[in-house]
Design a protein around this ligand. Sequence first.
Ligand code: PLP
Length: 376
Amino acid sequence: MNNMKRVYLDNAATTPLRPEVIDCMVDVMQTEYGNASSTHSYGRSAKSIIESARKSIAQWMGCEARELIFTANATEATNMILTSAVRDLGIQRLITSRMEHHATLYTVEKLAQDFGVTVAYLPAKPDGTVALEGLAELLQQEIPTLVTLMHVNNETGAVLNIDEVGQLCHAHNALFHCDTVQSVGKVRLHFHDLPLDFAVASAHKFHGPKGVGFAYISKNVVLKPMIVGGEQEKGLRAGTEAVHQIAGMAKALELDMTDLAHDQGYIEALKFYCWEQLQIAFPGIKTNGEHTFYNILNVTLPMPEEKAAMLLFNLDIKGIAVSRGSACQSGSSKPSHVLAQFVAEDDLKRPALRISFSRFNTKEDIDALCDALKGV
Ligand code: PLP
């Protein structure tokens, strides 16, 4: 890397680690190298770090420690939950939306292929949220069903009403899996107060390390493993635990939750400032999605279509990291599968960006983005 000042505004893709998390992980790696399955003191000590992390995460997430299973990431957790629900719990139908993350969408498609389950897709509304109007009717049909919908959409920041969906599911004996990847660590979620059966998280989305996440599996549901081998994680997820990763994830969640009130206000103000500055610089700019989550801003720029293909590249050479919003950008000839559900076709072709913020961003970052955009 050269010395150019770089600006990272892609926090929905992943977040920088907090320094305290790195310190915590280095400490564990240096001193706690025992295998948590060993019965000697090294093993017991490693095991106690894992179990303290589980307790701490459970406290922040409002559930019991035994309801958390550590995985490599949220993709693995979602694969495990959906697969076991179909294979072991007799689920015959999955209800979802076409705006889910591919971790869910491709798992659903695979389960339809491998097990013949039927799939119903709820449509999108013009504001980017999932239309729930047809859900009650679908659930009235007596088919063993699991509903899988994400809490916060990673591309648009559209927010699902977990209570509404979960209450409908439970009124009709359907299971509810919610992809909470974009909201864990960013809002107060109390799993036991929510009508949820399953939720998932990846630590790298909340300033923790990559390669670790968790599945929340309500104690009322018993799943079977996807990965078999040792007895780790109650036999639900075999393989020697990554003690430092798990400790780092717990530390990151603790820090983020402790600083939440301050950080949320700070990030909300940054997003507002960004939207104001973009409107001044680009009259006619549009947001994709309404009333979206506080750290994600997805916009379509009033620029000619030809600018779409090179937009991210042009920002990147100026040191600015953001994600594509929609059209044929960053080497892809397909529009975003999310925006394709609710954005008008003409707008889909225009240059669009997903800008996503964290506690480490500043107004200067946004000024740099606006300056760079004016120059493309
Ligand atoms: N779900 C959502 C909403 C996401 O944003 C992501 C990551 O981009 C995932 C699932 C998958 O997370 P991971 O790649 O860490 O497994």
